[in-house]
Write a protein that binds this ligand. Structure first.
Ligand code: GLY
Length: 356
């Protein structure tokens, strides 16, 4: 008979306790005292913080928190609005496809109170990868499912399959493909060449990350994306990687990322921000510190501008257990959305470098 997760966790705890008791008895080393709680027990000001494409998402997440919903359910309800929005070409339905014209979505969720997470990568045909990630967390002993396995899992759990490529994203994709090279057989029309709506989509990244804290100081977060525009099929960014595009520690805080995923993966970005907050930094200081590491680690000439600075952007969005929040980007003129219990608004991110 298979072991259910609950039994598995219990069995693991029992084994761990035996091992600890054994080693303590032999060496006579007392176990460390538990860390003091990070809040004073007073109600925390609830906060929802998100990338700038999530102004409506923080509004919805805050409504759900006020209704007493679980922090992760509230966060996911917020980003579902953007996964559903065909006008946001960086997330869910209407997201830009890979280099073969296929939309492949990445998402992760992390639930502070249960210290658990779930994620999916390269998932096709399902518009709410964040919800599938939550089912991976709740209904399996795994954290990350990818590609056809993730799709099969979603189907088995009743998710509806659909074509995620909208007319808008199909046209942007085709324009990219047809203008990629003068050495192939793909031509574009004169009208399309002049169309400013098609010309403006350079190859870049987009994502939504949303993190919340409720009045009890419980935290959760979610990140969901269609990833790098026109990516190599199967390319997975930071969004579904726990510790990179998202990290939540219910004793400390939550953080997520948007922007160049490879840089965030290489530096374990969101984990690094949460670790800095645990060390006493404010959310904004912690985001800036983790971004500085990305700058220090970006050495390939293809990633640098004429002044030796990254030619890409990364943004972090962080909130701590006391309801303090902050966001920072490598480059100025970056914004984020926040609802701090009074209203939803867009604010400027702190930054390392000012754009000319
Ligand atoms: N941060 C989104 C991605 O790199 O896919």
């Amino acid at each position: 008979m298979g072991l259910r997760r609950r039994d598995f966790v219990k069995a693991g705890l029992a084994a761990g306790a035996t091992a600890l008791a054994g080693s303590g008895a032999i060496r006579g080393t007392p176990l460390p005292a538990p860390a003091p709680p990070a809040t004073s027990g007073k109600p925390v000001r609830p906060v929802a913080i998100c990338s700038a494409n999530g102004l409506a998402a923080v509004e919805r997440a805050m409504e759900r928190l006020r209704a007493g919903e679980d922090t992760l359910d509230a966060a996911i309800a917020g980003v579902n609005l953007v996964e559903d929005d065909p006008e946001d070409i960086t997330v869910g339905y209407g997201g830009l496809p890979n280099e073969r014209g296929v939309v492949q979505l990445d998402s992760s969720v992390m639930h502070g109170p249960s210290r658990n997470a779930g994620a999916v990568a390269s998932l096709e045909n399902i518009r709410h990868p964040s919800r599938v990630a939550q089912v991976v967390m709740k209904r399996t002993d795994h954290v990350l499912l990818v590609g056809p396995g993730a799709l099969e899992f979603a189907r088995l759990h009743g998710f509806k399959e659909e074509n995620l490529l909208t007319e808008k994203s199909r046209k942007i994709f085709l324009y990219w493909k047809e203008t990629l090279s003068g050495k192939d057989d793909w031509f574009t029309s004169a009208e399309e060449l002049e169309d400013p709506d098609l010309r403006k989509y350079i190859r870049t990244y987009g994502t939504i990350n949303l993190n919340v804290v409720d009045t009890a100081g419980d935290l959760s977060g979610v990140t969901t994306t269609s990833g790098l525009f026109f990516k190599i099929p199967g390319r997975v960014g930071d969004s579904p990687i726990i510790g990179a595009g998202l990290y939540v520690d219910n004793d400390t805080g939550a953080c997520g990322a948007t922007g160049r995923g490879e840089a965030v993966i290489l530096t374990c970005g969101s984990h690094s921000v949460v670790t800095r907050m645990a060390g006493g930094e404010s959310p904004e200081q912690a985001c800036l510190g983790a971004l500085q590491k990305i700058v220090d680690w970006s050495q390939a000439p293809a990633l640098l501008d004429a002044d030796g600075r990254p030619n890409f952007n990364v943004k972090f969005y962080a909130v701590n257990k006391r309801g303090e929040y902050g966001s920072a980007a490598i480059w100025s003129n970056s914004r984020y959305a926040v609802h701090d219990g009074s209203e939803a608004r867009l604010r400027d991110c702190a930054y390392l470098f000012k754009r000319a």
